[in-house]
Design a protein around this ligand. Structure first.
Ligand code: FAD
Length: 456
């Protein structure tokens, strides 16, 4: 018998329930990836993610070849291509990871119907892209948790399945046509320092992270210059690393660093279960606040200055320039730049989310949109009126100013924390720095936000 394994956001061989089940139940397996233009139209097509995806597919193919198989790539509509491959090989079953976005669910429904019409079965595997599937833990009277802390408590008590080994051999039916997988070199417009994708790279990072850096995570995760977070987000986004395996390894290691890290992985599931229950939260306020975000020419100019990292607030600019250069930004940077856009500038969070999504290699509809909403106070934050002050944030999380000097070279000669307030320099000293004045007065921004939200 033959089974097809459709890879989506799970580009790995280790801890892969669909592949594991297919190899166990069928004589031959078709590992299939479909490059579907509808995925791009749904918001995926950012050069940084396409480059990372190309690495992931190249690596997946290499891993399969080591096991006697190969990756089959097709371009086109996913449902059409999966059905065609199933027909060509006489496969009775198609295995796929459950998806949780509206897009993934609609695709899954179409696929199930099309296969059934052909007398074939779709087998959907849970807990592949998330640790605890959306809907598995719910509060009484609701289909999802709207508050993180009780979710985290329940989530932590869910028994974890043991991570699965990669199959030793994968036998692929001979003679199957495969389109050329996309190559990183052919993607235009990639940021200069986007991480290398792929399971091999991701697993290497995961192991090094758990054994060397995890213990310091609790103390250092907010240190902008120290860069002491795992940087696993793109691998988790593409499924090159299994979140279940990451939780398992961290818990085995134990300690406060492990607890803090696992808690962050819980945030990932938390946002997924919100989005699964409220798919419109990708575009609409989760909790409508009747905001009248600024619009018009001046607002557009402010948005442009923010996107380009020339707001005049050094730590904000540093973070936005890190994003442009690496396709990745430190979490503290994401928090303070998003607060600056949505609250201090009072611009629509969707504009900021769009800019992030165009660059982030880990850009993810659940994590990006719902974290933006959290910061903008339209989402699940229980303190929706808090506003992060970029000067205090800079002094606190970049106390020596090293992060700013790394990303804002115009200010590299300013010593220590003075780099956070270049406007305090006077006369010729100030004129020596080719760096803009602050685009907005912080107290005016705060007053505008409070007026708009109806709290003084
Ligand atoms: P670590 O600190 O090492 O955390 C480990 C993992 O936990 C991360 O890889 C990630 O998968 C998960 N995680 C950590 N924090 C969060 C969080 N707040 N919400 C959900 N999952 C989390 N993360 C994305 O993966 N994709 C996005 O598109 C995204 N957009 C964001 C937008 C804004 C405005 C904000 C404030 C946060 C966003 N995040 C997003 C969450 C977080 O900033 C990143 O996951 C994190 O910075 C990635 O770095 P890391 O892998 O080193 O994280």
């Amino acid at each position: 018998s033959v089974a097809v394994v459709l890879f989506t956001a799970d580009l790995r061989l280790h801890d892969h329930p669909p592949l594991h089940a297919a190899v166990a139940s069928a004589d031959e397996v078709v590992p299939l990836f479909v490059r579907d233009p509808a995925v791009d139209r749904a918001g995926f097509a950012a050069p940084n993610r396409l480059a990372f995806l190309a690495d992931c597919l190249t690596d997946l193919d290499a891993g399969l070849r080591e096991r006697g198989g190969r990756l089959v790539v097709r371009h086109g509509d996913t449902v059409t291509e999966v059905c065609a491959v199933a027909r060509e090989t006489g496969a009775g079953e198609v295995h796929v990871a459950a998806g949780h976005s509206a897009f993934a669910r609609a695709r899954e429904d179409r696929l199930r119907r099309a296969l059934a019409a052909d007398g074939r079965q779709l087998r959907v595997h849970d807990a592949v892209t998330s640790v605890v599937p959306p809907g598995d833990v719910t509060p009484q009277g609701s289909d999802h948790f709207a508050v993180f802390t009780p979710y985290h408590r329940r989530w932590s008590g869910v028994p974890l399945r043991a991570p699965l080994p990669a199959p030793r051999t994968v036998r692929v039916p001979p003679g199957l046509r495969s389109d050329e997988p996309p190559a990183r070199a052919s993607v235009a417009g990639v940021s200069p320092a986007v991480a290398t994708g792929g399971e091999r790279e991701g697993r290497g990072r995961l192991r090094a992270w758990i054994s060397q850096d995890l213990d310091a995570y609790e103390d250092r995760h907010d240190d902008l210059a120290g860069d002491a977070t795992s940087r696993l987000s793109p691998y988790l986004h593409f499924g090159a690393v299994s979140a279940t395996e990451a939780v398992h390894l961290a818990r085995t290691r134990g300690g406060p660093g492990a607890d803090a890290f696992v808690r962050q992985l819980c945030w990932r599931d938390f946002h997924q279960q919100v989005l699964a229950a409220r798919p419109r939260a990708a575009v609409e306020d989760y909790r409508p606040r009747n905001d009248r975000w600024r619009r018009g020419a001046e607002a557009e100019e402010d948005l442009r200055a923010w996107c380009e990292g020339r707001t005049g607030y050094p730590v904000v600019d540093a973070a936005l320039r890190q994003l442009a250069h690496e396709g990745w930004m430190h979490n503290r940077g994401r928090l303070l730049t998003a607060s600056f856009l949505s609250k201090t500038l009072y611009l629509d969070w969707r504009e900021g989310a769009r800019h992030f999504s165009g660059l982030l290699v880990d850009g993810d509809v659940a994590n990006n949109q719902l974290n933006w909403q959290w910061v903008a106070g339209t989402g699940t934050d229980s303190r929706p009126h808090r506003v992060l002050n970029p000067v205090l944030q800079g002094r606190r999380y970049d106390p020596d100013g090293a992060y700013v000097r790394r990303w804002v070279p115009e200010l590299a000669a300013l010593p220590g924390a003075s780099v956070h307030e270049p406007w305090k320099l006077k006369g010729a000293d100030r004129a020596a720095y080719d760096y803009p004045d602050p685009m907005v007065d912080l107290s005016e921004g705060l007053a505008r936000f409070r007026r708009a939200r109806g709290r003084n």
